[in-house]
Ligand binder design. Structure first.
Ligand code: GLU
Length: 301
């Protein structure tokens, strides 16, 4: 491990505000599409323990669409926005019921925060969200964030929770973002096709070479993010002054090991950019998006 990687990883134990994003594939049994309750319990225990150490913690949890899909026995991945939204309407409520039950076992208060791009683009709702998060931290509540899938239209949709979690890190002034998914880090090449591909454990410059390594699609049947969205998230997080880690969500005890400075996943070292503008970033992602709902259905987006 290089000296700079060691120093950055060693600083993780002193982080004060940590955002943890969990992908759908890390919460769902791949063969049945049902919730993995054992993993969810572990996640809740790990998060509560971080809170018990006196740190602020936010969970950005995907899974609404996948959980809803399973609840209504839909075997195919929904192919239109309105179908995804209908699944999310069922799944988000079920997901929160599960989280509330599990957090209450540890007497830990948790609250739901659902956001769209407009939450950040609109000055008043952005300020409201900022104030609400701060109040929740003061009151010791763990915010559980997701995209407000049921009302997001294509042009305002984050679509993936990777960039949403990075924007939450930026909005809340978090100092660490951990993305947990079916990918355990950034590799020199696709590890599924190249057995010589090596995990890159530390990235201190997010240059074009690294950005080009992002694959456009997710290989998972339930999530929407891939490496591309994770690298975009890294760009947001590090510009906002937070370190970021991509690690495997296979076993959630990895979170404590990361916080202990152990060598898991890929670390992106923060490089605060005072010129970084969340709103300009969001606007750039909305350019050219279709606004006509009939087109959305035809294109199956
Ligand atoms: N908001 C979506 C859900 O809860 C997840 C998006 C993602 O996979 O990142 O199902």
């Amino acid at each position: 491990m290089s000296q700079s990687e060691e120093a950055v990883r060693a600083s993780f134990k002193d982080k004060k505000r940590i955002i943890i994003k969990v992908g759908s594939s890390s919460l769902i049994h791949a063969n049945t599409g049902a919730l993995n309750l054992d993993k969810a319990e572990k996640l809740v225990r790990v998060l509560t323990d971080i809170r018990n150490e006196g740190k602020d913690v936010v969970l950005v949890s995907s899974g609404a669409i996948a959980v809803g899909r399973h609840a209504i026995n839909m075997t195919q991945k929904p192919d239109t926005v309105c179908r995804m939204q209908a699944c999310a309407s069922v799944g988000q409520a079920k997901l929160m019921m599960m989280y509330q039950r599990l957090f209450s076992e540890y007497d830990q208060a948790a609250g739901q925060v659902l956001m769209t791009k407009y939450t950040i683009l609109n000055d008043r709702s952005k300020e409201n969200a900022y104030n609400t998060f701060n109040e929740m931290f003061k009151m010791g509540i763990i915010p559980i964030v997701n995209e407000n899938d049921t009302i997001s239209t294509y042009e305002i949709m984050f679509g993936d929770n990777d960039s949403l979690s990075a924007l939450v890190a930026s909005l809340t002034g978090a100092d660490l973002l951990i993305l947990l998914s079916d990918i355990d880090g950034v590799y020199t090449d696709d590890p599924n096709t190249n057995e010589n591909a090596k995990l890159i454990s530390y990235i201190d410059r997010l240059d074009d070479h690294i950005m080009d390594m992002g694959k456009d699609t997710s290989t998972s049947d339930v999530g929407t993010g891939g490496m591309k969205t994770k690298l975009s998230a890294a760009k947001i997080a590090i510009s906002a002054g937070a370190d970021m880690v991509i690690a495997s969500g296979n076993d959630f005890s990895v979170v404590q090991r990361i916080l202990d400075g152990k060598p898991f996943g890929t670390v992106f070292a923060s490089k605060r950019d005072d010129g970084f503008d969340e709103n300009a970033y969001i606007r750039s992602t909305m350019e050219g998006r279709i606004t006509d709902p009939s087109l959305i259905r035809k294109e199956g987006i």
